[in-house]
Design a binder for this molecule. Structure first.
Ligand code: URA
Length: 480
């Protein structure tokens, strides 16, 4: 058995040289015991058995493996070096292994690589320096304490060097310390948290943070995912967050009330026409489609070709709701005629559902997109656009009084139930809609088209088919 202890500092270089030597000598992964300095029972000093060859000679391996290894060496999993070596060993006989997404060893390493990248990014975002300059010194000095999840300080050293070249600084973590002085970064062992002075610029930073905080765009989950709570204790601005969150709804309302409301261009005549048609429809129940076609309730009508109304029997027992018309629907003026629509019709048929017997519509009636060269790229409608279009969706539901509504995708599920929880966790379930109807939640067919791998696509399509079959049964039993 060969024993290798890889140091924390310079881990990727040491691992690479040792791995090259072992591989060249034909040492199998099962004959190597990889230790990580400071973890488990490993001796704290870097050590390589006499019997362990090292080599700096180049080895041909896929570039993606090298990049992955350079990151994974800084993961906190004590098995990281052994996992990397096992994969490197297998690469000799499986040169295409790096593109095998289903390989569990590779998948695990990819996951570790991702975690290291995330940690590296968090360190860049959340290191907060405090000034420790000595009076009379010709350069200002700063220090920061940071507790990363993985050993990412070394990977970030050049980032901080380039970003803060005009001051001396040190970043202390429990495992590694980086010290920048005289244009060079030196890496040393970690230290306990230093006592750092209260920073005079902190108040300024807090004021800045309070000012850039936009209460109208607050999404607490997204915010805590971007700024995980474990980092808060070392972030001066974290103290302001609870108040900012608590006051956000009131501030957002005040902002909305104070905002100027400018009508979109050429809106006046369209609005007059819409008002006329809407009142005809409201009084007589006639002309809903004509009113939808003149809709200017949100700016999406400015860039879409036309509003796409629902299609099918107006009193259908089953209503199908998608997100919004796509590129082809926008041009044709009919819902679900493009690739997602064709997939829906095919799977629906397999599930015993006849599209022409259902009323098929969308939560949002205009195509939202951005131009990219000659293409128009789909954009998800936002909360306000969904809200504006509920007016029409509710009218369609009230007119049809369906036994069941199938919500395909997150936008439809949100518009119909008022709840934004993930569709993947809710699909296959029947919920009570905002207007009291049964709403079956399922995925949107475009989600199936986006899945990259054939197995996942087949499994998700089967689940979608099962949901539509459930819808068919539900409509029959509810009508019996
Ligand atoms: N996607 C939808 O949600 N609706 C359509 O009409 C087409 C694609």
């Amino acid at each position: 058995m060969r024993c290798v202890t890889v140091p924390l500092i310079g881990a990727s270089t040491v691992w690479r040289d040792v791995a090259r030597g072992l591989l060249a000598a034909g040492v199998a992964p099962s004959d190597v015991l990889w230790n990580a300095e400071g973890q488990g029972d490993a001796p704290d000093l870097f050590g390589v058995d006499d019997a362990v060859p090292t080599s700096a000679a180049a080895l041909t391996v896929p570039r993606s493996f090298v990049a992955m290894a350079n990151s994974v060496c800084y993961h906190s999993d004590p098995q990281r070096f052994a996992r990397l070596y096992s994969l490197l060993w297998r690469l000799r006989s499986q040169p295409h292994l790096m593109s095998d997404c289903a390989d569990p060893d590779l998948a695990k390493l990819r996951q570790m690589e991702k975690a290291v990248h995330r940690c590296r990014h968090k360190m860049r975002a959340f290191v907060r320096f405090r000034e420790i300059s000595v009076p009379g010194a010709n350069r200002r000095s700063f220090a920061a304490w940071f507790e990363p999840t993985h050993y990412t300080l070394e990977m970030n050293a050049s980032f901080f060097r380039d970003r803060f070249a005009d001051m001396d600084w040190r970043i202390v973590t429990p495992d590694v310390t980086a010290i920048y002085r005289g244009g060079e970064v030196a890496l040393e062992p970690g230290q306990p948290a230093p006592k750092l002075p209260e920073d005079a610029s902190e108040e300024l930073w807090l004021t800045y943070f309070r000012n850039i905080f936009n209460p109208a765009r607050l999404k607490v989950n997204a915010m805590t995912s971007e700024m995980p709570r474990k980092y808060w204790k070392n972030l001066p601005e974290a103290a302001a967050i609870p108040d900012l969150i608590a006051n956000a709804p009131a501030r957002a309302r005040a902002m909305a009330a104070a905002a100027p409301t400018l009508p979109p261009l050429r809106a006046a005549s369209a609005q007059a026409q819409q008002a006329r048609l809407t009142s005809v429809w409201a009084d007589t129940g006639e002309g809903l489609e004509a009113a939808i076609r003149t809709c200017t309730r949100c700016p999406l009508h400015c860039t879409a070709t036309q509003a796409v109304c629902g299609e099918g029997p107006q009193d259908a027992a089953l209503m199908i709701v998608g997100e919004q018309p796509g590129d082809q629907e926008d041009l044709a003026g009919r819902p679900f005629v493009g690739p997602a629509g064709q997939l829906f019709v095919k799977v629906a048929q397999e599930a015993g559902l006849d599209r022409s017997a259902a009323y098929v519509t969308n939560a949002v009636k205009h195509f939202k997109h951005i131009p990219r060269g000659r293409r128009r790229l789909h954009q998800r409608p936002n909360g306000a656009e969904i809200e504006h279009c509920k007016w029409w969706l509710d009218a369609e539901i009230t007119r049809a009084a369906p036994r069941l509504i199938v919500a395909m995708g997150a936008t439809a599920a949100h518009a119909l139930t008022g709840m934004g929880a993930r569709v993947t966790a809710r699909r296959g379930g029947i919920e009570r809609g905002r207007l009291g109807h049964d709403v079956l939640i399922t995925v949107h067919p475009s989600y199936l088209l986006r899945l990259p791998d054939a197995d996942a696509q087949a499994a998700a399509t089967a689940a979608f088919r099962a949901d539509l079959a459930l819808a068919a049964r539900h409509v029959q039993t509810a009508g019996a």
